[in-house]
Design a protein around this ligand. Structure first.
Ligand code: MG
Length: 449
């Protein structure tokens, strides 16, 4: 098990566990891992991001590697530019949706995808050996990379029917959440001939608008704006712009599962016989949609890196997570908020229907999720106890319990916070509410609350 890397890169509170020394040591370990340069470095809009970028680039240079700074960009932009512009690796400074005091480091391989779990362990080995420090006689250089955003937007537009989209003259509401997609998404919409209405568009590391993470609870203004402006749809991004949560033309916020099914159906109908990779906690309706197009579904442990790396291995067309992380393999095997938004436009332009009408064509599915704050010991106690549940279960990642063919519940300790997350799916809202309440109270009784 990795000690420094969590579910999604290295994260910590800047100045506390993410100290200047630690960041520098990590950069030296990454330099020893990458070996070759140049490395592309980008950052999100957090207050500590620029300082961390300077430490990273100076450390890479001290270790003999050249690097180029892309500036403030969404994570998927940095990833795509790393791949297309021929960098030997990429480093993104971001803590995604964590609170403002956090920051983090994500490492990308030259293929534009996060390094694999095995490679994370290699980086840690270099870190704990501290063998690479100042081993190079040559000092590297740091330059600017100004082509990242242009390259990224061009790449997205290559995947969609821009002519058809432009002819629809969509009205789109973007809730940018004071995050990094503000640098790319409004521009993409304009280039696609849309009327764009933005909310929380000012980049601010304190995320004063609706916070960093788009959830059904904090997207009220998005929903209202969509209705008020008669928009075709709305979309909200997380802090670093890799996840996207949609709002249909009547202002209803969709779960990440529902938007993933919507886009998967569209893509699979055009590309039958494809592979879809998704995590163990996402909706079962993907199996139904895949079956109709002779496609197959591969399930992985929770974590976008697991999905991405499996997509690369299996040449999958689609990857997704229930939290709004959607990956289109033909563009890049990573979560990408702007690519996902563009696919939604492509779908509506192609069908001529509204998003609401499209949603009505999907198989019914009811999913929910929640969390309980608890210590690490309590989390272990919960999982161990539920592993003794009588129903059929999978225990590769937490515990997933199958009540019957269409009802399941899953519990898993978070990789980034002291909580246990609970996911459930059912064939009706009533069954879902009952199932969820039953397991919530089971968990509470296990930890004696
Ligand atoms: Mg993110």
């Amino acid at each position: 098990m990795a000690k420094l890397f969590g579910t999604n890169g290295i994260r910590g509170v800047f100045g506390e566990n993410l100290t200047l020394d630690f960041i520098s040591e990590i950069a030296f370990a990454l330099a020893a891992f990458f070996k070759k340069s140049p490395i592309l470095v980008g950052y999100d809009g957090r207050e500590s991001s620029v300082v961390i970028t300077k430490i990273i680039s100076s450390s890479l240079n001290s270790a003999g590697l050249d690097c180029a700074i892309s500036g403030l960009v969404p994570t998927p932009c940095l990833q795509y530019a790393t791949k297309i512009l021929g960098y030997k690796g990429g480093i993104m400074i971001t803590a995604s949706h964590n609170p403002p005091q956090y920051n983090g480091i994500k490492a990308m391989a030259r293929d534009g995808v996060e390094i694999s779990r095995e490679d994370e362990l290699k980086v840690e080995k270099f870190f704990f050996r501290r063998s690479s420090k100042l081993s190079s006689k040559r000092l590297g250089t740091t330059t600017q990379e100004n082509r990242a955003i242009e390259t990224y937007l061009k790449g997205i537009k290559k995947q969609i029917n821009t002519r058809k989209i432009k002819s629809r003259k969509f009205t789109i509401v973007l809730d940018l959440g004071n995050g990094a997609q503000a640098t790319t998404c409004p521009r993409l919409c304009q280039e696609l001939g849309c009327k764009v209405i933005t909310i929380n568009e000012r980049i601010d590391g304190l995320f004063p608008g609706r916070g960093t993470e788009p959830t059904p609870e904090n997207l009220q203004s998005l929903s209202e704006k969509v209705v008020e402006s008669h928009a075709d749809f709305g979309v909200a991004f997380d802090g670093d712009g890799d996840r996207s949560i949609f709002c249909d033309n009547e202002g209803k916020i969709l779960t990440g599962d529902r938007s993933a099914i919507l886009l998967s159906k569209f893509i699979l109908e055009k590309n039958p016989g494809s592979t879809v990779v998704t995590t163990i906690n996402s909706t079962s309706s993907i199996e139904e949609v895949a079956m109709k197009t002779k496609s197959k579904v591969i399930r992985t442990r929770v974590g976008s890196v697991e999905v991405s790396r499996k997509m690369v291995l299996t040449k999958a067309t689609i990857g997704f997570e229930e939290n709004g992380g959607f990956m289109y393999g033909r563009h890049n095997q990573v979560r990408d908020g702007a690519m996902t938004m563009a696919l939604a436009m492509d779908l509506l332009a192609s069908s001529g229907r509204s998003m609401l009408e499209e949603m009505a064509l999907l198989p019914p599915s009811f999913t929910t999720k929640g969390k309980i704050e608890c210590s690490k010991d309590e989390a272990t106690k919960i999982i161990e106890s539920l592993k003794r549940d009588d129903h059929r279960k999978i225990t590769t990642d937490g515990v997933k319990i199958f009540i019957d063919k269409s009802n399941w519940v899953m519990m898993r300790p978070s990789g980034t916070e002291p909580i246990v997350r609970i996911y459930a799916e059912s064939n009706s809202q009533e069954n879902l509410d009952n199932l969820f309440a039953k397991y919530m109270s089971k968990i509470k009784s296990i930890i004696g609350r």
